[in-house]
Write a protein that binds this ligand. Structure first.
Ligand SMILES: *Cc1c(COP(=O)(O)O)cnc(C)c1O
Length: 497
């Protein structure tokens, strides 16, 4: 590595410091590579108790100066014990391994550091983002008037979409002579009981009442019951409530289940209600050979997509899309210093006019380089591989007497739990504790990471498969580990009870 530059100005990314830039970034890449080589587990099992004192002891007012020393320290406090999503036995949350073209994009976008709020801070970046939005909208089938914007994630995309839905609902009621304070408490969002909790958070942020989100029941496969939705829409009308939006989920976080989009779209059409489809997880189907699972999504008024879930993109990379670009005006404000009204008249493209954020990363570049280098079909191939794997793993679980598995997956999650061979005499609470213990013990060993959830009041474990390198053998090994931990826990408990 080149010697440490002596002046602060020597740390600036500019023409005078090219060697330093190259060497330092390459050194960082080497340290990351060092973590990839020979890592036999996704996690070390480090606890916050052990790591916290090491980090809090670092005096941020006393720089190390030497980049190598700073990287050594980083290895110690972060890289060594980080959770690695590229590892085939990382099976926990909706975190994907990332593709290298996107990492190239990340390196470029942070160096150039465009801000995608205005043309005069990004130039081509704004047009690249717009082209990707158009591409996504066209894959969704949203029609010629569609538009949208990149966001920080599904939570923000859902908030954004529901804000537009609220404004549309208010606009209609205001025309009928109602005032906003009268309308807001009457607004209802209908979402399935398996919808993401960010919908409820959005309702809170949007100033709706505490009962604003109505949980529509699901069938056994965790898909919204269209009949139940129809009844809730009727009930709203009878009770003088205003259905502001229906949120359908295309890929629920726990079960990967896809709500029946065509039936839901039909009901929304008839009732004149905004349809938002949360495809944060399921969006990968847009490029897969299972695109048909999203049939009906083109009828949505708004859609959330998380490229950082099923397009193998690094965090953050998400977008909100709308069928009618005119609805985006609800977040348009003009600031004299940034995007004055006359810039719109001059047809200067400013994404800030459509966004909840102001300064905003050029995350779109990662997807751009991904599509330009490996192509959409290449991304789809990766996603299809994990969906295939989940189907195989389901068969494995369904045939294994040690486990009970819930809902055959449409995407790539599996919800299951360990059941003792002799459940007689073992209380349901003990089975719950055994499963929780198995998850914790597995994480403590670092050998594999799995998630957990609650189904009908009982504790279950969850695999979220997003790594095409995870083999059925990996899954079988992890199941053996889980069964071992759970059995040991139950055995101990029975002996000591
Ligand atoms: C992950 C997820 C979200 C939230 O997205 P973030 O990117 O984590 O903010 C919303 N909806 C669904 C269905 C999700 O799976």
């Amino acid at each position: 590595m080149t010697p440490t530059p002596v002046t602060s100005a020597a740390q600036l990314f500019d023409e005078q410091n090219i060697d330093h830039y190259r060497a330092l970034v390459a050194a960082g890449v080497d340290r990351v590579v060092g973590q990839l080589v020979g890592r036999d587990r996704p996690f070390t099992g480090i606890t916050p108790d052990r790591l916290a004192p090491e980090i809090s002891a670092i005096d941020l007012d006393r720089p190390l100066g030497d980049p190598a020393a700073a990287l050594d320290e980083l290895e110690r406090v972060y890289l060594r014990d980080a959770v690695y999503f590229h590892h085939p036995r990382y099976l926990a949350h909706l975190n994907c391994p990332v593709v290298i073209p996107a990492l190239l994009g990340e390196a470029v976008l942070s160096a150039v550091n465009s801000s995608l709020d205005t043309w005069d801070q990004s130039a081509g970046g704004t047009l690249i983002e717009r082209h990707l939005i158009d591409w996504t909208a066209s894959r969704l089938g949203l029609g010629d008037a569609a538009d949208g914007v990149f966001t920080s994630g599904g939570t923000q995309s859902n908030l954004h979409a529901l804000l537009l839905a609220r404004e549309e609902a208010c606009r209609l009621r205001e025309k009928e002579g109602f005032r906003r304070p009268e309308i807001l408490p009457r607004l209802r969002i209908l979402a399935s009981e398996c919808a993401h909790f960010s919908v409820t958070k959005a309702a809170l942020l949007l100033g709706l009442g505490p009962d604003a989100v109505v949980a529509v029941p699901c069938d056994r496969d965790r898909r919204m019951l269209a009949g139940a939705l129809a009844r809730e829409l009727d009930r709203c009308r009878r009770d003088d409530r205003v259905p502001m939006a229906v949120v359908a989920t295309a890929g629920t976080t726990d079960f990967g289940s896809i709500d029946p989009l065509p039936e839901i779209a039909e009901l929304c059409d008839r009732a004149g209600v905004w349809l938002h489809v949360d495809a944060a997880y399921g969006c990968g189907l847009l490029v897969s050979r299972r695109r048909h699972l999203l049939d009906g999504i083109g009828r949505a008024d708004s859609v959330t997509v998380d490229y950082h879930k099923s397009f193998f993109q690094p965090v953050s990379s998400s977008a909100v899309l709308v069928r009618d670009r005119a609805t985006l005006r609800h977040v348009t404000y003009h600031a004299d210093y940034l995007n004055p009204a006359h810039s719109a008249e001059a047809r200067i493209p400013n994404q800030v006019d459509k966004s909840l954020q102001t300064t905003r990363r050029f995350d779109a570049l990662k997807l751009w380089l991904t599509l330009r280098i490996m192509g959409a079909d290449g991304v789809g191939e990766l996603f299809d591989a994990v969906v295939d794997r989940a189907a195989e793993a389901w068969t494995l679980l369904a045939e294994d007497p040690r486990f009970e598995v819930v809902a055959r997956p449409q995407l790539s999650t599996l919800v299951f739990r360990y059941l003792p061979a002799e459940p007689a005499g073992v209380t349901p609470d003990a089975i719950d504790r055994a499963n929780l213990h198995a998850r914790a013990a597995l994480a403590a060993s670092g050998e594999a990471l799995v998630a957990a959830t609650v189904v009908d009041g009982r504790h279950y474990l969850k695999f979220t498969l997003l790594n095409p390198r995870t083999s059925v053998r990996d899954i079988a090994e992890v199941l053996d580990l889980i069964a071992g931990h759970a059995r040991a826990h139950l055995g101990d408990r029975l002996v000591h009870a």
